[in-house]
Design a protein around this ligand. Sequence first.
Ligand code: CAA
Length: 384
Amino acid sequence: MAIDPRELTQKEQDLLAAAVAFRTDYVEPHAAAWARQGKMPRAYFEEASKHGLCALLVPQELGGKGLSYNGLAAILSTLADACFSSTFALVVHNNLAANIARNGSSEHHAFLPAMIAGEKIGAFLLTEPGAGSDAAAISTTAKVSKDAIRLSGDKAWSTNGGIADLLSVYAQTSPGAGSKGIANYLVEAQTNGVQNSKPYDLFGVGAMNVSGFNFDNVILARKSEMIAPGKAFKAAMQGIDLARTMVAVMSAAMLQRSLHEAISYIKKRTAFGQAIANYQYPQHLLADVATDLVAANALNAQAVTALANDDNATTVAAHAKKFATKIALQRIADCMQIMGAAGALGEFPLSRHLACAKLAQYVDGTSEIQNVVIAREMFRAHES
Ligand code: CAA
């Protein structure tokens, strides 16, 4: 997002400078290989931690950076310029750390130093093989007794799943109770009975290390409960509002980078006796790309501001995510087209960004779910 660094505190500007260094020295040189190999090593998180990027939203009193949402957007935008999927992996890790800081007990907080050091990696386990968009319909069960909790079921589409140590698991404590029966548990991936599936074979977004899990009668201590039934589903949805906003910001960043690459390329490349940039068609096509980008940045800024002001961000985040992911997909393709076949070369990030822009239309709720959220609010407002 086009954030004026002057809106950031000095500490946030320093962290942004560290993010720029991390992007240039580590992410940019590795991103294409992560996409090709379909995986990203754990070392990414240790490197990110060296740059202070593993506890962005954890308050300073718990050892984190206590970053504002503006600062977060600026940093994620900087990183997604080079690689959306590793940045999304970092968002999931940071969101879990923030969730632990906000909702956890001192026992849960004990995991924060290792998360901040990038030694323990977090994952968010809501989605299931049989329940994606209808998140309240999850069927992983938590049978709660006086001394223990028994967790059984399957989880799917978990970012960082392939390398995660700490799992934020949503489970139904009272079958039939819907969203009100859902609780949240913090589970170590090494616990007996937790089984990780083979990472999914996904084109272009290998750095997300997406996989599933099976929980076969996993016995947990009662203190594993981080958010009680009645509160956990809402907390998940609030976390998703933040994630949707950041996906929108990161999608705009991929488009911004693609526009930059297209302009640089066509200023140098000649055809029929002059630079391609001198022709009106590419100028106008890229001007249309720029207009969509300005519009996406404006929507994204509204969503970030709503989060920053603690206003209800649900609808504006849905607008931002739906629009930014849509134009990223269309307009990155336009930037590639104007570069000719060169746009598809691995030396440019555009083909990776294109694959990620498509995935961005699914993660944290599909574009159709964003419309469900927007339509519900619109029709509710119309009644009153
Ligand atoms: N913030 C706070 N509370 C919210 C909320 C929000 N954004 N959305 C809903 N709630 C509350 C409601 O107010 C309601 O509370 P009450 O019971 O007190 O009235 C409760 O939660 C249930 O809400 P709904 O009745 O609206 O629930 P629903 O079953 O109709 O579903 C939905 C709503 C919008 C369709 C929701 O299920 C949804 O967003 N689905 C998409 C799920 C999604 O985005 N999944 C992606 C997960 S990310 C992932 O898996 C990948 C990864 O690795 C990160």
